[in-house]
Design a protein around this ligand. Sequence first.
Ligand SMILES: [Zn+2]
Length: 251
Amino acid sequence: MSKLIVIIFILFTTHAFGQALTIRPINCVIKESDNKKIARLLNYERMFYNEIFDTDINFDVPITLNIYGKIKDFKALKQQYEILKSADGFYASNVNEAFLFKSSDYISISLHEVSHGLMQSNFKNPPRWLNEGMAEFFETFDFDENGDLYSSPQQRIIQNIKTGIELKEKNRLQTFFSLNANNFYTEGIADNYSTAYSVIYFLVKTKNSAALTNIVKLIKQGKTSEDAISTTFGSFKNFEDGYKRFYYYVK
Ligand SMILES: [Zn+2]
């Protein structure tokens, strides 16, 4: 495991959280300590969403997590919802609930899927890079032995991005941001998740969540992702240069 990063971008708040989390175990038992951990980590997601969407609605967004203990049941459910066979979890927007299998890393998967639930409450039809990038980023949240929040970088993804930059891939980002709902999940899906995560990670690590807030605001107003980024950074090239520099130097 790589060096831990303490997240300092979240402003602490005195808001009392509502009991807006329902964890529903199906043929399994969820330890009380895991219940509490998911609830606490979810509260950090709520705060992050409040910051990015410049709102406070996320404290009370109801989240329901259905956690399956039997793989057979979960496979049948995926078939019913027409979800990829390889998926460890999914979020169903029609019922506004997350579903996952209780694998060894089910807490990370829970954090990923509830991010989709929060996103849906803030932005009905978000660009896929934003939706999956945020979810991939939250997957890495955990507490250290002192109970402090940290996020461990997804090293495999970071190394892939570094390799891509060293190969001087042309227009990687521009092509990426133009992916739509249909082709994000089909052409080069693993690469798309990686790039989505890398954009969020870059903005957070360079302490630029204000840029992300602005990008999101512009996209909600109807701009394309590329235009929103260009406006926020002065030009798309400025953004791309900063991103490449970051991944060139980051370990
Ligand atoms: Zn996802």
